[in-house]
Design a protein around this ligand. Structure first.
Ligand SMILES: Cc1ncc(COP(=O)(O)O)c(C=O)c1O
Length: 392
C-alpha cells in the first residue's frame, strides 16, 4: 500500500487505469476512539464491513480490541493479524464445521443463534461445552434503517422466551442481541429494541449477562444526514437504565459502517459519456454495490488533473464496466457539467461495504489500495464541531 498526501496527488502521480481504493487511517482512528470513549460498554468492530488488514490494525490500535466475525475466514483473518484480539462468532446460521474449528482451533467462545436448531448445533459440535457465551438474537423492527435485516434474522419474543431458557441451562453466560438495520436514521430504534428485551426478561424471568445492541449506527451521505451519534448513545443509556438490571449486566455494540464508511473512497475514471450518463470503470459488481439497488447516493468530486472544471454541477447517473444492465447507479451524482472521457472522479463514503463487495465478474477487478491523508469528502464529525457533538 503506497502513501499519498491526497487523492489528487495520487491521481496526478499514477494516472490509474483501474479503479483505486483509498484508505484514511486518521478517520478510522477518530471514529473508533469516539466509540471507545462514548459507548457505555464494549465496542466490537463488524469485520464484514471492511476486512482490509490495515483497517483492522488501525481499529485495534485505536482501542477496539473485540471483533464481530460472521465466518470462519473472518475469524482466521482476525487471529492471524491480531492474535490478541477477541473474535465473536455472531452469525446466527453457521456450518457445523465452522463452529467446530472456531471453538477448538481458534478459541472462540461467543456464538449467536436465533433458533433451536442453531442452538442444538452449537451444543452438539462443542460437546455441550461449559464455557460458552450464547447470544440470542431477537427480531425487531428495522423501520428506520436503509438496509433491512429484520426478515432474515431474529427470534420473535414468544420463541425467544423458550430459547433463552434453553440457553441459560447450559451456557456460562447468556446475551440478548438485536440489529436495528444498517444506516439506522433514528436513535429511537435502539430504545424500542431494548424495551423489547425488557419484555423478554419479564416473560423468561432470566436476566441476561450481556445486552448486545448490534450495529446500525449511521454515517452521513448527501441525502442522509443522521442525528449526532451522541443521541444514539443517550437512547441506549436511557433504555438500558429503564430495565433496572443489576450492575453485572454488560452492554456491547457491533458497529461496522460508523467506524469505517468515511475513511474510504473509490477513484474511478470516465470511459464514456452519453448525455447525463457516465460509463465508469467500477460499478455494482465492484465497490459500488450499494449505489445499485440499495440506491445509496455517494458524494462525488471531480479530480482536477490538468483542465479546470465548469463550476456548474449537474446530476449524472453511472453505468459500471460489466455487460450487465443492472450494473447501474442512478444517483443523482453531482459533477461538473463539462466532465468527459478520461476524467477522474472520487466517490466518497465507501470505506464501508465497498472493497469488501468486489467481484471478478467480467474480468473487472482492481486491488489497488493506497493510503491517503487528506480529509474525506463528507464527515459526520464536521457537524459535531458546530453542535458540540464531540463533547461526551
Ligand atoms: C450481526 C451484525 N452485527 C453488526 C453489523 C454491522 O452493521 P453496520 O455496518 O450497520 O453497523 C452487521 C451487518 O450486517 C451484522 O449483521
Amino acid at each position: 500500500m503506497a502513501k499519498f498526501q491526497s487523492v489528487d496527488e495520487l491521481v496526478k502521480a499514477t494516472r490509474p487505469v483501474n479503479p483505486v481504493y483509498c484508505i484514511r487511517k486518521e478517520s478510522i482512528q477518530t471514529a473508533s476512539r469516539w466509540f471507545v470513549q462514548n459507548f457505555p460498554g464494549t465496542t466490537l468492530y463488524a469485520v464484514k464491513c471492511n476486512p482490509n488488514e490495515q483497517v483492522l490494525q488501525t481499529i485495534f490500535e485505536s482501542g477496539v480490541k473485540n471483533f464481530d466475525t460472521a465466518s470462519l475466514e473472518e475469524i482466521k483473518l482476525v487471529k492471524k493479524i491480531l492474535p490478541e484480539a477477541k473474535a465473536y462468532f455472531m452469525h446466527t446460521v453457521k456450518s457445523k464445521e465452522s463452529i467446530y474449528e472456531a471453538y477448538f482451533n481458534y478459541g472462540v467462545r461467543d456464538f449467536s443463534f436465533d433458533s433451536k436448531f442453531e442452538l442444538e448445533k452449537i451444543l452438539e459440535v462443542t460437546n455441550r461445552a461449559s464455557d460458552l457465551t450464547l447470544y440470542l438474537r431477537i427480531a425487531i423492527s428495522n423501520e428506520h434503517a436503509e438496509i433491512d435485516l429484520s426478515k432474515k434474522f431474529g427470534a420473535t419474543i414468544p420463541e425467544a422466551v423458550t430459547l433463552l431458557k434453553n440457553a441459560k441451562e447450559i451456557a456460562q453466560k447468556v446475551g440478548v442481541s438485536f440489529h436495528v438495520g444498517s444506516q439506522c436514521m433514528h436513535p429511537v430504534s435502539y430504545a424500542k429494541a431494548i424495551k423489547d428485551i425488557g419484555t423478554l426478561i419479564k416473560k423468561a424471568e432470566i436476566i441476561p449477562d450481556i445486552i448486545n445492541v448490534g450495529g446500525g449506527f449511521p454515517s452521513t451521505y448527501p441525502d442522509l444526514y443522521p442525528r449526532p451519534w451522541s443521541e444514539y448513545i443517550n437512547e441506549i443509556k436511557n433504555g438500558f437504565e429503564k430495565l433496572n438490571l443489576p450492575d453485572t449486566t454488560q452492554l456491547i455494540c457491533e458497529p461496522g459502517r460508523a467506524l469505517v464508511a468515511e475513511s474510504g473512497s473509490t477513484v474511478v475514471r470516465v470511459e464514456l459519456r452519453k448525455k447525463q450518463i457516465l460509463y465508469i470503470n467500477d460499478g455494482t459488481y465492484g465497490s459500488l454495490f450499494d449505489a445499485g439497488t440499495p440506491s445509496f447516493i455517494f458524494p462525488t468530486r471531480m479530480i482536477q488533473v490538468e483542465k479546470s472544471f465548469s463550476k456548474r454541477l449537474t446530476p449524472f447517473s453511472f453505468y459500471g464496466p460489466t455487460c450487465d444492465g443492472i450494473d447501474f447507479m442512478k444517483g443523482p451524482f453531482l459533477l461538473p457539467n463539462n466532465i468527459k472521457e478520461g476524467d477522474y472522479i472520487e466517490i466518497g463514503q465507501l470505506g464501508a461495504y465497498g472493497i469488501s463487495l468486489r467481484t471478478q465478474f467480467n474480468g473487472f477487478y482492481s486491488n489497488e489500495i493506497h493510503e491517503v491523508s487528506d480529509k474525506p469528502i463528507m464527515s459526520i464529525f464536521e457537524e459535531e464541531t458546530n453542535s458540540n457533538y464531540l463533547v461526551a
